[in-house]
Design a protein around this ligand. Sequence first.
Ligand SMILES: Cc1cc2nc3c(=O)[nH]c(=O)nc-3n(C[C@H](O)[C@H](O)[C@H](O)COP(=O)(O)O)c2cc1C
Length: 198
Amino acid sequence: MGFLDNLFGKTTKEEESMTEKLNIGIILGSTRQGRLSPQVGNWVKEIADKRGDANYEIVDIADFQLPFLGTTDGTEPGIASWNEKLANLDGFIFIVQEYNHSITGALKNALDFAREAWNNKAAGIVSYGSVGGARAAEHLRGILGELAVADVRTHPALSLFTDFENGTDFKPAEMHAGTVNEMLDQLVNWSSALKNVR
Ligand SMILES: Cc1cc2nc3c(=O)[nH]c(=O)nc-3n(C[C@H](O)[C@H](O)[C@H](O)COP(=O)(O)O)c2cc1C
C-alpha cells in the first residue's frame, strides 16, 4: 500500500473481504409439520444477534422444496437456490434433531445436494433429543468431514425432557446460552480463518 493509500485509509479488495462481516446460516434440520426446530433456531439467532460479530440468518431447508436426490432431472429452482444460498455463507450452525439415532432424511438430502458450496467452511452444531441429540450430532460430524466442513468442538445439547415443557415448548436451561456463545466464539474464529483458504 502506498503512502497516500495509507494516509487516506484506502483498502485493497483483499483487505475489504477480510473486514466484511461473516455470513452465518442457522440451518433448520427438520421439515415435518409441528417440528420444534424453528423454536431452537430462533433462540440461537437471538443469542447470536446480540454479539454483532456476524450476519446471522435462519436457513430453512423446507423453503427450498428440494426433491429427493436423483428422482428428478435436477432443474427444480430450489436446487439452484439452495446452492446459491450456501455459496453466500461463510459458516453454518446446524440445528439437529435426532431421528432413529441419526440426522433427519431431509437434512441428509440437503447436505447431499451441494458439494463445493460446503467446502472449506466451518460449522457448529446445536442438537436436541432424548439424550441431547448426541448420536445424531456425532453422525453429522462424520458427514461434514467428507464435505470438508470444519465442525467446532463446543456443542450445545438440549434435552427433550428438561429443556422443553411437555416435550413441545422450548424453555432452555440457563446454562445453555453460555455454551451457545462458546460455540459461536469458535465458529466465528474458524469461519474467518477459512476465508483465507477459499
Ligand atoms: C422418525 C422419528 C424418529 C425419532 N427417533 C429418535 C431417536 O432415535 N432418539 C431421540 O432422542 N429422539 C427421537 N425422536 C424424537 C425427536 O427427536 C423429537 O420428536 C424431536 O422433536 C424431533 O425434531 P423436530 O420436532 O424438529 O422434528 C424421533 C422422532 C421421529 C419423528
